[in-house]
Design a protein around this ligand. Structure first.
Ligand SMILES: [Zn+2]
Length: 285
């Protein structure tokens, strides 16, 4: 029985490793009416004009409108599907030069964040709790200079706003998680590679957050900072991503996932606490 399950998992994994995008190659010879080059294929190798170009019609108009979603080859729905079907393998593909099939990770993050914002708005998502971290009257109590008191009162306003806006706070605090995952995985990839794959992972998390917000309408922020998703879902998906991305076994991936989450959370706390520590210790001097 367990042998069958293992075989099934192995076969599933083999299927996930295969790239899924099929390009319909046009074998016919074309002469580009733009630059005169003769070529075989879907695009002119010199100027990039499509060999199947016809007169402008409604389909063109629709494509132009949806172009910001990359409706040619690098489509958002395709990239989103890959982010769930074979996330880690897809990131490996992207990093090893197969980037033309996928929507750019940074644009993907912006679009998934916008979807998340709209989902929260549609569900009238209202966060009732207070943020976990606020400076409050700390700087008044420690006789900090006036400008600091004013500045951190403003910071508290921003923190309250972010608490009400899970989609944006995930992006803002994301940088701490990226540093944490670099500390955990630096032997396997360089910083830029980790950064780019993390931007894909954040897009994946924003999609999970969107679906979660749409289905439940309940607050998601601070369940698993910096990600605006519930902890069990977040850990499960990160573990799955890292198994494929770094070719790790389940347990090897799980403990690194938990470690990177804890380190990321500590980095956020350390960053937020630094001004408090400075004020406290300069007062003691
Ligand atoms: Zn041409």
């Amino acid at each position: 029985m367990s042998g069958n399950i293992r075989t099934w998992f192995r076969q599933l994994n083999e299927r996930q490793q295969k790239r899924t995008l099929k390009v319909n190659y046009s074998a016919e010879e074309h002469i580009c009416d733009c630059c005169g080059t003769s070529f075989c294929g879907n695009f002119c190798p010199q100027c990039g004009k499509k060999s199947t170009f016809t007169r402008m019609n409604l389909k063109h108009a629709a494509t132009e409108c949806l172009n910001f979603l990359g409706y040619d080859t690098r489509s958002v729905p395709y990239t989103a599907k890959e982010l769930f079907w074979r996330p880690g393998y897809m990131m490996r593909d992207y990093l090893s030069g197969y980037s033309q099939f996928y929507y750019s990770p940074f644009n993907m993050l912006v679009i998934t964040t916008l979807f998340f914002v709209v989902a929260c708005w549609l569900r009238g998502l209202h966060v009732d709790t207070e943020p976990q971290f606020l400076y409050g009257d700390f700087f008044v109590r420690y006789n900090a200079p006036e400008w600091m008191v004013t500045l951190f009162a403003k910071v508290d306003d921003v923190l309250r706003w972010l608490h009400q806006s899970p989609a944006w706070s995930a992006i803002l605090f994301g940088i701490f998680y990226i540093i944490a995952s670099y500390l955990v995985f630096r032997k396997r990839m360089n910083f830029v590679e980790i950064f780019i794959s993390q931007v894909f992972i954040f897009s994946q998390m924003q999609i999970i957050g969107t679906v979660y917000a749409l289905l439940t309408g309940s607050e998601v922020y601070y369940n698993m900072p910096p990600f605006a998703v519930p902890i069990p879902l977040g850990i499960a998906f990160l573990c799955y991503d890292y198994m494929q991305l770094f070719q790790l076994g389940f347990w090897a991936s799980l403990w690194r996932t938990i470690l990177s989450f804890v380190v990321g959370y500590l980095l956020i706390l350390l960053f937020m606490a630094t001004p408090m520590l400075i004020v406290k210790y300069t007062e003691l001097l």
